[in-house]
Write a protein that binds this ligand. Structure first.
Ligand SMILES: Cc1ncc(COP(=O)(O)O)c(C=O)c1O
Length: 357
């Protein structure tokens, strides 16, 4: 007895953790800086930490009230009906719900290449097939309607990442609308806005108000610093509202996650500090790193450093962990998460030394 044929399924390659690297290199974890997974350098909002502490006592209950409260708060914030807010176990969980609600076995989805690996993984879990649209370095990884439509062939889901991981580029809202207009009636355009708080400009939620073929993904992992509790949400068209009850994994957004999310949403100071520091860090990297970079709208910067694996390994030996983008198909690039000022300055100084040696 064996699992089904999983040979087409890829393995998600997460950025390495501080403990893991410290153990491997015999270093003190406190001496390491991790700028590999686009996490929040300030940690969670203190209000969320307090809420997590307080919710420990209610961890024996299924999250019913907290789930409803958070859904309503988000619906209010985005001016949509509560049924249009799909909470999930991280943005990844929401991607699963969208695939589950959309795909029949053998349906095809269109994903960016390079891009976030989980779109294709989630589609395959749901017996879908995966095609790619190609972002070209020669074109500075530009995200236009043409970039996507050139490779579009009636796929059931088209994934757009804005701001994009790992390039930091973004789509204009007009481009998203053009893609939705020019794809078929049976194509859902999923706009992944995991990093949108770090960018200026309108959310594609605007389009959800008037269309039945655009859904938007958001997460608490980045600007709210709650990657460890796993909480994300989708904003779906009114017509899709009923599907949630049929596809969601019951209580996947936990009591602790929902309570933390509710508190984080009210902590504007933490979110503002995070966004401002990321904006400062992006500029610092463009200006001081002795390597070509791409303008980013996220909390990270892509840089071309030659042999990325070699550079990332050497940097790691010096105590700074960044993301080698070889697994994204960019073997000459690393992605550097925006850290605190001190972390960012250290990362740039160390990487400059690696590059000059
Ligand atoms: C583009 C993009 N989308 C979605 C996610 C999912 O985030 P989470 O599952 O932590 O909410 C990530 C995580 O890094 C991401 O980079």
């Amino acid at each position: 007895m064996e699992p089904r044929d999983l040979s087409a399924h890829t393995v998600y390659q997460a950025g390495r953790g501080i403990e893991e690297v410290a153990r491997d290199l015999g270093l003190d974890p406190d001496d390491l800086v991790k700028l590999a997974s686009n996490e929040n350098p300030f940690g969670p909002s203190p209000a969320a930490v307090e809420a997590i502490r307080e919710s420990a006592a209610s961890a024996s209950s299924y999250p019913k009230a907290s789930h409803a409260d958070l859904t309503e708060k988000l619906a209010d914030r985005w001016s949509v009906a509560p049924e249009q807010v799909w909470l999930g176990n991280g943005g990844d969980g929401v991607l699963d719900y969208l695939a589950r609600a959309t795909l029949e076995p053998g349906d095809t989805v269109l994903v960016p290449e390079p891009g976030f690996a989980y779109y294709g993984m989630s589609a395959r879990f749901h017996h879908g097939e995966v095609e790619e649209y190609h972002l070209s370095k020669a074109d500075d990884f530009a995200l236009t309607a043409e970039t996507v439509l050139a490779d579009y062939d009636d796929e059931r889901i088209v994934y757009l990442t804005s701001p994009h991981n790992p390039t930091g580029k973004r789509f204009d809202l007009d481009a998203v609308e053009a893609i939705a207009d020019r794809t078929g009636d049976d194509t859902l355009v999923v706009v992944d806005e995991a990093y949108a708080e770090f960018a200026d400009g309108p959310s594609a939620v605007e389009l959800v108000e008037s269309r039945d073929d655009v859904a938007v993904l958001r997460t608490f992992s980045k600007v709210y610093g709650l990657a460890g509790v796993r909480l994300g949400y989708g904003i779906v068209p009114e017509e899709w509202a009923d599907a949630y009850a049929r596809v969601n994994t019951p209580f996947a957004a936990s009591e602790i996650a929902c309570r933390a999310g509710l508190a984080a949403l009210d902590d504007d100071d933490h979110a503002e500090k995070t966004v401002e520091t990321a904006a400062w860090a992006r500029e610092y990297v463009y200006e001081h790193l002795n390597a070509p970079t791409w303008e980013s709208h996220g909390n990270f910067v892509l840089a071309e450093v030659g042999d990325a694996s070699e550079a990332a390994d050497e940097l790691q030996r010096r105590g700074v962990i960044v993301r080698d983008c070889t697994s994204f198909g960019l073997p000459k690039c690393v992605r550097i998460t925006c850290g605190t000022e001190a972390e960012t300055e250290r990362a740039v100084a160390e990487l400059n030394e690696v590059l000059s040696s």
